[in-house]
Design a binder for this molecule. Structure first.
Ligand code: NAD
Ligand code: MG
Length: 388
């Protein structure tokens, strides 16, 4: 049985999640299964243009306004519309499409994803920053728009798969698994002078640069704890983390009867992407099948908040609530960019984030999206001051 043809927009199509999404779209039937409405990128316009032509997109948008003319030249004669900058991203998000894959990295993804949510699209959410920064406001925007919120982050997708909706009252906890990243066994002294190149080399997952470094510092897990709290309506103490170096169990839900339901698979984002795009149907996906005899073992370790202070900062942001997620994320993004540019050390990222969180602990609760954007901006300014 073939499912109905649907339309899709991919915000951030040139990134790791974006290219994997187009790969899944092709596998699920390509143009027979999906109309590709809009694709967006930031730097790589050659790839963006190639994708737009190959998938017959109606609109191609580069976030980088200075590349508008170059993109126009690459796509001239194709009939594909083009746009650029923030307004271009909003145009892409607002164009009619059944499902929008939110795969822009960082806070830059918030405004366009919000626009898509408000117009009622189903949101396949890879951009965790939407939930980290805007939390319940983002969830309500999706709800009010009338679309579905489909988690793509592998841990949250796993929880989504094993969370029994009619047993919500019986959920005791969710357990997010973490690979531990490339520095799982490092001492703090060893971590002090690691380089960007070693930090970006994730042992199991192939991902974009920023999330790979966030995985090494466990800021990625910190963001995911906040993300899980908002997505699944949990209290801070219901969100746990366990280090599981093989990344085979993608996360678990614990119920009041002591049962734990887990989702397992090979570490391949195409699984979570395909599950979100086809939900509630399970489609055939081209991911490697698990061979338990070959795996032989699954290991677990308690997370270490001394070596990975990001986890402690996440708990602080979760218990404080309000705009503190936006503060944590805004400060972290500035520190991360400085680390990538070679301007600050690996451990400094958490130190700066913590200092900014203390400085901005007084910020008011999030009454509106404007409060969220203001807190994000203030955190960025404060982080830059600490870096200077
Ligand atoms: P990436 O860096 O590979 O790709 C990011 C995409 O966003 C690219 O298309 C890029 O052109 C675009 N972009 C970058 N800066 C932009 C800006 N300022 N404005 C508009 N567009 C911009 O990142 P990724 O690894 O694909 O991650 C995307 C999102 O998904 C992130 O929020 C990440 O945390 C989340 N995520 C990724 C993975 C993964 O496996 N890669 C897993 C879980 C969650
Ligand atoms: Mg994840």
């Amino acid at each position: 049985m073939t499912s109905l043809k649907r339309s899709i927009t991919i915000l951030g199509s040139t990134g790791s999640i974006g290219t994997n999404t187009l790969d899944v779209v092709t596998h699920l039937g390509g143009r027979d299964a999906f109309d590709v409405v809009a694709l967006t990128g930031a730097g790589n316009i050659e790839l963006l243009a190639r994708q737009a032509k190959a998938h017959g997109a109606k609109l191609a948008v580069t976030a980088d306004e200075s590349q508008y003319v170059a993109l126009r030249d690459l796509l001239s004669g194709t009939g594909i519309e083009i746009a650029a900058g923030e307004t271009g991203l909003l145009e892409a998000a607002s164009a009619q499409a059944d499902v929008v894959m939110a795969a822009i990295v960082g806070t830059a993804g918030l405004a366009p994803t919000l626009a898509a949510a408000r117009r009622g699209a189903d949101i396949a959410l890879a951009n965790k920053e939407c939930l980290v920064s805007a939390g319940d406001l983002f969830v309500s925007a999706v709800r009010q728009g009338g679309g579905r919120l489909l988690p793509v982050d592998s841990e949250h997708n796993a929880i989504f798969q094993v969370l029994e909706e009619n047993q919500r009252h019986a959920i005791e906890r969710v357990i997010l698994t973490a690979s531990g990243g490339p520095f799982r066994t490092f001492t703090r002294a060893q971590m002090a002078d690691v380089t960007m190149e070693t930090a970006r080399a994730h042992p199991n997952w192939s991902m974009g640069l920023k999330i790979s470094i966030d995985s090494a510092s466990m800021f990625n897990k910190a963001l995911e704890m906040i993300e899980a709290m908002h997505l699944f309506g949990l209290t801070p103490s219901q969100v746990e983390v366990i280090v599981h170096p093989q990344s085979i169990i993608h996360s678990m839900v614990g119920y009041t009867d002591g049962s734990i339901l887990a989702q397992l698979g090979s570490p391949d984002m195409r699984h979570a992407i395909g599950y979100a795009l086809e939900y509630p149907r399970r489609a055939h996906l081209p991911v490697e099948r698990l061979d338990f005899a070959r795996l032989a073992r699954l290991d677990f370790e308690a997370p270490d908040e001394i070596r990975f202070p990001a986890l402690r900062l996440a708990k602080l942001a979760m218990t404080r609530g309000g705009v503190q997620g936006a503060v944590l994320n805004g400060a972290k993004e500035v520190a991360l960019e400085a680390f990538i540019a070679g301007e600050t050390g690996f451990l400094t990222m958490a130190e700066i984030t913590e200092a900014v969180m203390e400085e901005l602990a007084h910020l008011p609760q999030a009454g509106s999206m404007d409060d969220v954007f203001a807190a994000d901006l203030e955190a960025r300014h404060a982080a830059k001051r600490h870096l200077a």
